[in-house]
Design a protein around this ligand. Structure first.
Ligand code: AP5
Ligand code: MG
Length: 271
């Protein structure tokens, strides 16, 4: 069994889709995701886009198709929030407070969390980075980390959506408190109203989906994250696309964009 974070153990990949190594830290073993349709080579992708545009939703769909691991720094912060306070450093506590209000965590904290999880970036299944990098400083640091591992990003997908639709997506989002499955009150309701279809856990609204935090998040996005489009465009990695429509429609659009990009470069490796 290949274990993320354990260099030198690149062996058999199992069918189980788990992200324990990413969510809980490098001391936890993690089995990278894969399935029967997994792409013949690992895909290493970054998903960009404003809060609520649907990055996490697309990342899950793409992970199923490519076998790459869905790595969200927001998920790492939400998992850290559940730790006993004594297990969190003051810097991590400050990051969680900032995040609750809609601000970005400091680059130093984010980069430390990512560096600790370097094994997940080395994973032979590839990766889908969601919510990282989020500043030019983070993007430069990621570039350096990957160069050190002789790895490279294949593509950066940037999803675009009008503000009104984004606000509606964030306002209706509900997340299972236990298994973290994401729902939407209008577009993806659970069968059991306030309970998760998958595990029966309570569905809750994220702290940072309150309207006042959403306003701060959108401003942070414009100031700190939107410049990353230029950063990756200059490197020839950026593919922008509309995030309007159903998750399946956007997913199909994404797959077509990847095929087009891939056929120009390496015809046999389309996801
Ligand atoms: P993070 O968790 O990354 O949040 P985000 O970027 O604000 O994005 P969201 O997760 O809110 O939205 P999403 O695009 O994933 O949309 P989703 O698929 O859920 O970060 C949270 C916080 O952590 C940050 O604010 C920051 O404080 C901190 N942080 C994290 N990373 C950091 C970093 N690198 N540096 C500094 N700070 C960092 O979809 C939204 C809703 O819409 C769902 O209900 C979904 O079901 C629904 N939906 C999705 N697609 C569709 C569709 N096509 N049609 C209809 N409904 C849809
Ligand atoms: Mg998300």
């Amino acid at each position: 069994m290949f274990r993320c974070g354990r260099p030198g153990q690149e062996g058999t990949v199992t069918q189980k889709h788990a992200r324990e190594g990413w969510l809980q830290g490098p001391t936890i073993d993690c089995v990278p995701p894969t399935n029967g349709d997994a792409s013949p080579r690992p895909w290493r992708m970054v998903l960009l886009g404003a809060p609520g545009v649907g990055k996490g939703t697309q990342a899950e769909l793409l992970a199923g198709r490519t076998g790459a691991c869905h790595l969200s720094t927001g998920d790492v912060f939400r998992a850290a929030k559940l730790l006993p306070a004594c297990e969190r450093t003051p810097a991590l506590n400050a990051a969680l407070e900032a995040s609750k209000a809609g601000h970005l965590a400091s680059d130093a904290v984010v980069l430390e969390l990512v560096a600790e999880r370097m094994g997940c970036l080395r994973c032979r299944g590839g990766f889908l980075l969601d919510g990282f990098p989020r500043t030019v400083v983070q993007a430069e640091a990621l570039e350096e980390l990957l160069v050190g591992e002789a790895l490279a990003i294949d593509v950066v997908l940037s999803y675009e959506l009008p503000l009104g639709t984004i606000v509606a997506r964030l306002g209706g989002r509900r997340t299972c408190a236990d298994c973290k499955m994401v729902y939407h009150t209008q577009t993806k309701p659970s069968r059991l109203a306030d309970r998760c279809d998958s595990c029966g856990g309570a569905l809750v609204q994220r702290d940072d989906d309150r309207p006042e935090a959403v306003t701060v998040r959108m401003a942070e996005y414009q100031t700190s994250t939107a410049p990353l489009c230029d950063f990756y465009r200059r490197r020839g990695l950026l593919v922008t696309m509309s995030a309007e429509g159903t998750p399946d429609e956007i997913y199909q659009r994404t797959v077509e964009a990847l095929k087009t990009r891939d056929s120009a470069a390496e015809p046999s490796s389309t996801p």
